[in-house]
Design a protein around this ligand. Structure first.
Ligand SMILES: CC(C)(COP(=O)(O)OP(=O)(O)OC[C@H]1O[C@@H](n2cnc3c(N)ncnc32)[C@H](O)[C@@H]1OP(=O)(O)O)[C@@H](O)C(=O)NCCC(=O)NCCS
Length: 141
C-alpha cells in the first residue's frame, strides 16, 4: 500500500462484535469515539492539561471497519490557536489483525484547553513543551 499515515500512532484497539451495526459492520459512532479519544490524548498533551472537544470537521468514512480488525488511530496537531487546537486524525485498520493496512476514516477535530472551572485557558508555547510531546518523537507516547 503506497498511502502513508500522517501523525503519531496514538491508540490501538480491536473491533469487537459488540461494536457492530445491524448490518454486521462496525458502527460509525464507535470509530468516531475512538478518534475522539485519541485526539483528546494528543490535544491534552499539547495543552498540558484538561481539554474538551468543541467541533469535528471534514469527517470522512472511507472504508468499513469489520469485526476482528485492529484499529490504529494517528493524530497530529495541525494548528494551535490561543486556547484551541486543530487535531488531524486518521484511523487505519489491519484487516483481521494480520492483513493489509487500510485508511478507514479521517477528520479534523478542534479542542479547547480549559481550566478547573471549564473556562478556556491559553495553551503553552511549543518551546515550553516536554520533549515527549514534540513532533518526531515517534517511539514515545
Ligand atoms: C469549548 C468551550 C469551553 C468554549 O467556550 P467559549 O466561551 O465559546 O470560548 P471562547 O469564545 O473564549 O473561545 C475559545 C476558543 O474556542 C474556539 N471556539 C469556541 N467555540 C467554537 C466552535 N463552536 N467551533 C470552533 N471553535 C470554537 C474559539 O475560536 C477560541 O479559540 P482560540 O482561543 O484558539 O482563538 C465551550 O463552548 C464548551 O464548554 N463547550 C462544550 C464542550 C464539551 O463539553 N465537549 C464535549 C461534548 S460531549
Amino acid at each position: 500500500m503506497t498511502e502513508k499515515t500522517r501523525g503519531r500512532l496514538t491508540t490501538r484497539t480491536l473491533a469487537m462484535p459488540a461494536d457492530t451495526n445491524p448490518a454486521g459492520d462496525i458502527f460509525g459512532g464507535w470509530v468516531l469515539s475512538q478518534m475522539d479519544i485519541a485526539a483528546g490524548i494528543c490535544a491534552g498533551q499539547r495543552a498540558q492539561g484538561r481539554v474538551v472537544t468543541v467541533s469535528v470537521d471534514s469527517m470522512s468514512f472511507i472504508r468499513p471497519v469489520k469485526v476482528g480488525d485492529v484499529l490504529g488511530v494517528y493524530t497530529e496537531v495541525a494548528k494551535a490557536g490561543r486556547t484551541s487546537m486543530q487535531i488531524h486524525v486518521e484511523a487505519w485498520v489491519r484487516r483481521d489483525r494480520i492483513g493489509q493496512r487500510e485508511k478507514v476514516t479521517e477528520a479534523l477535530f478542534k479542542f479547547v484547553s480549559i481550566d478547573e472551572s471549564g473556562k478556556p485557558t491559553p495553551i503553552p508555547e511549543e518551546k515550553d513543551l516536554p520533549s515527549y510531546v514534540k513532533e518526531g518523537m515517534e517511539s514515545d507516547f
